[in-house]
Design a protein around this ligand. Structure first.
Ligand code: PLP
Length: 393
């Protein structure tokens, strides 16, 4: 049997990882500034994370959600403390798409409405409603096409107000009104676009006025990556539901949503077989313990600031943006090979956004020394490309 070929892949086989480094099957070492797509939060194979999973594995890995799983409560308490959302309620699932799917569904159960506002360049996942709220027609199968999702320009307060005016209180009943607004605090796949604080506050205000649910997609920009637990927190207002995945398990598949207290649970509206299993909870708890113990959000701010400053001083790069250790910059056409060359010549993994954005999504434990090495390597590769162009005329 062959694998179903869904992505173009690099011809590299990674067999070992530690901290911000990975090694291939030939023993070659790579600096990982991609974090396996923003997943590695506390560093690859962190000893505390490994030990917690191993110890849990010896006890019990899984039992269904029909019994008490005290680890879930421990995780909820720790998450409440670190995120500052103590009074929220936690629902656990397995992936980012599933988290958003549940959030959108819960919002609709809550207010009985159908319409979702999402934004241009948004990515919310591959499941049915999450993909319908994703701004890429190539990902949406005919069966997922719906009139229930309205796309608006990102950071455009006027069009948001207009849309609420048109849809919030339709004359023919509640069903067509706006159920929820879903937004990434910093768009990831869309190319590291930071939501303006005033825009997030406007969403909060309009949701309050119209009984809609504000859903903060924190799957890529959350879990401390921006320097705050949720990047949406920079706006100083709370969302009704936050979704999380990626960094939550540091590579162990675990995801969740946290739900404001005014949204009440009803039995059987949401459910899951694997979500919140013992092993996933052990991994997620270990991640939070390390984030707290090693002050990784502070590290993300410090190393992120260094990287951004240095990148801004490289005059060939344009539009350096982002927060903490979620950074993007535009690469001009003449440096098209830059990301490829960083990988093959310098052995550094970075992320990308088509057509020309390099994304940095390293572990939150990235050391300044590693960031310095990256800047050095980047300058070297830029100079090499320019030299080649000069020689070739
Ligand atoms: C902002 C955002 N939301 C949702 C998802 C989907 O997460 P998953 O791939 O775990 O389903 C992603 C994945 O890249 C993402 O970046």
């Amino acid at each position: 049997m062959n694998l179903f070929d869904v992505y173009p892949i690099n011809e590299i086989t990674i067999v070992k990882a530690k901290g911000s480094y990975v090694w291939d099957d030939k023993g070659e070492q790579y600096l990982d500034l991609y974090g396996g797509h923003a997943v590695i939060s506390i560093g690859h194979t962190h000893p505390h994370w490994v030990k917690s999973i191993e110890e849990q594995l010896e006890k019990i890995a899984f039992y269904s959600n029909s019994i008490k799983i005290p680890l879930q409560q421990l995780l909820a308490e720790k998450l409440g403390k670190i995120s500052g959302k103590n009074d929220y309620q936690l629902f656990l699932c397995n992936s980012g798409a599933e988290a958003n799917e549940n959030a959108l569904k819960l919002a609709s159960f809550h207010n009985g409405r159908k319409k979702v506002i999402a934004f241009n360049k948004a990515f919310h996942g591959r499941t049915s409603l999450a993909v319908s709220a994703t701004d890429n027609k190539n990902y949406i199968a005919p069966v997922n096409e719906t009139e229930n999702v309205i796309f608006l320009p990102f950071n455009d307060e006027d069009s948001l107000e207009e849309c609420f005016k048109e849809n919030a209180r339709p004359p023919d009943g509640q069903g067509k009104g706006i159920s929820s607004v879903i937004i990434e605090g910093i768009q990831g796949v869309g190319g590291i676009n930071v939501a303006e604080e005033s825009f997030l506050r406007k969403i909060r205000e309009l949701c309050n006025e119209n009984g809609a649910v504000y859903i903060a997609d924190g799957i890529q920009c959350g879990y401390g990556r921006s320097g705050k637990f949720f990047s949406h927190d920079f706006a100083g207002v709370n969302a009704d539901i936050y979704t999380m995945a990626k960094g939550m398990g540091n590579g162990f598949p675990v995801a969740g949503i946290i739900i404001a207290p005014h949204i009440k649970p009803k039995h059987f509206q949401l459910g899951t077989t694997f979500g919140g299993n013992h092993l996933a909870c052990a991994a997620a708890l270990a991640v939070l313990e390390v984030i707290e113990e090693e002050k990784l959000m502070g590290n993300a701010v410090m190393v992120g600031k260094y990287l951004k400053n240095e990148l801004e001083n490289i005059r060939e790069l344009e539009n350096v943006r982002g927060r903490g250790l979620m950074i993007g910059f535009d690469v001009p056409e003449e440096l098209n090979d830059l990301r490829k060359n960083l990988l093959w010549n310098q052995k550094i993994f970075t992320g990308e956004s088509k057509p020309n954005v390099i994304r940095l999504l390293p572990s939150l434990a990235l050391k300044k020394r590693d960031a310095e090495d990256f800047i050095e390597a980047l300058k070297e590769e830029i100079a090499a490309i320019k030299l080649k162009e000069t020689v070739e005329g």
